[in-house]
Design a protein around this ligand. Structure first.
Ligand code: ADE
Length: 402
């Protein structure tokens, strides 16, 4: 028996009719379009997502276009959004839908949940928003709205509370209006029922809200204990030759060099170190061993901070000079061969041709002097539009780091 008034859905839907934002994924909400938007929105704010979404949909208008593409064509479109794991899973799931479901996004919940990167939240979102099936969605916004309506004590992510909130959300869905109702709940959380300073005077549900009746809506949801953070020192080597920068791509399965959370992307050679004051000779030695190029570490460029999930990383950036004009021994094309690859990349290719981790922009920022490109021009690329919404929470669906 729910403690939320049965008047709630109609009040919420009436408010949504008037106040809904005109967002690109709400026009023509096909399963594919809804799915892409929900994956992008998982850890990134709406304003940031919009240009990425539009770019992605114009490059891959249909699921079949995404399934046909190579991963290397997909990842650069994610550059700047962070959490590349989401893009890899999206691509793998599109291929699975093509091969196992005849290219049609499945309507069956278990089949949807069997797709890479799709957990209960994304499944509920696609099934309700695109197919109008009565499935609940429980993202951070919805969790907050329901927790306040109920004045639910305790951590809302704790399993008994998750079950309770999902059942409340399911029980409130009005017949035939699952999509609008779920969007409306998310919208209320995003625009009115804010984490700090909720706008109760504008809220259509204020009269039904137990947390408000107690005079302290902001006390809900109750705070979770903060996650422990781990400090990391990462030495990074910037090596330029003829206006190009040396990047490496180390596949996830290959040990050594780039730490696991950076593998699979193009990045400056980097290594976790114990003593950040020492030049990273291990890195220059690894490059010499790999393709015979002697690298001289010439100076320290500076340091910067960057967070990835629970890691608080300090980047220690060094400049290396390469003697002579060696070419990388590995001539593998990106993605073709599952082992280490090297490239000399023009700065403007970072984030466009080569998918780079967000910390690469901070490394570039430390090269204060105009880049000594072939024509002596300053050719620094800008970080792509937008930035990840927050430093780096784990993936809500899998709990994995990006
Ligand atoms: N956040 C997550 N999903 C959303 C959606 N469909 N619309 C607006 N914000 C969202």
């Amino acid at each position: 028996m729910s403690l939320i008034s049965s008047e709630m859905p109609q009040k919420l839907l009436a408010w949504y009719e008037v106040h809904r934002r005109d967002l690109p994924w709400r026009r023509d909400p096909t399963p594919y379009r809804v799915w892409v938007s929900e994956v992008m929105l998982q850890q990134t704010q709406v304003d940031t997502v919009i240009p990425y979404y539009q770019r992605f949909l114009s490059r891959f208008p249909e699921l079949a276009d995404l399934a046909r593409a190579r991963l290397e064509e997909v990842l650069p479109l994610w550059s700047g959004l962070g959490y590349y794991r989401r893009a890899r899973d999206l691509h793998a799931a599109a291929r699975k839908i093509s091969s196992e479901h005849g290219g049609q996004f499945p309507r069956d919940r278990d089949q949807v949940l069997a797709l890479p990167g799709i957990g209960p939240y994304t499944a509920g979102a696609v099934l309700s928003l695109a197919f109008n099936l009565p499935e609940p969605v429980l993202d951070g916004n919805v969790e907050r709205v329901l927790t306040r309506l109920l004045a639910l004590p305790g951590n809302p992510r704790q399993s008994a509370n998750v079950r309770r909130l999902r059942e409340e959300a399911r029980g409130l869905i009005p017949a035939g209006r699952a999509g609008d109702f779920n969007q409306a709940l998310m919208e209320l959380g995003a625009l009115i029922c804010l984490p700090l300073g909720p706008r109760c005077l504008d809220c259509p549900l204020a009269g039904l809200c137990r947390a408000r009746r107690r005079g302290q809506p902001e006390r809900f949801p109750e705070k979770k204990p903060a996650k422990k953070t781990v400090p990391v020192s990462l030495a990074v080597l910037v090596i330029e030759r003829d206006g190009k920068l040396l990047l490496e791509n180390r596949p996830p399965a290959l040990e050594g060099g780039q730490p696991a959370y950076l593998r699979g992307l193009w990045n400056f050679p980097a290594l976790e170190v114990e003593d950040p004051e020492q030049p990273p000779y291990q890195l220059s030695e690894a490059i010499r061993a790999r393709w015979g190029a002697a690298i001289r570490i010439s100076c320290r460029l500076g340091s910067a901070r960057h967070s990835i999930t629970f890691r608080k990383i300090t980047l220690h950036v060094w400049r290396g000079e390469v003697d002579g004009h060696p070419s990388p021994a590995s001539k593998t094309r990106p993605g073709r061969v599952p082992h280490l690859a090297w490239r000399w990349a023009r700065p403007e290719e970072l984030g466009s041709r080569y998918a780079v981790p967000s910390l690469a922009w901070k490394v570039l920022g430390l090269l204060q002097k105009p880049f000594s490109g072939p024509r002596g021009s300053a050719a620094f690329p800008k970080k792509p539009p937008g930035k990840p919404a927050r430093a780096a929470p784990p993936d809500p669906e899998s709990g994995r780091p990006p």
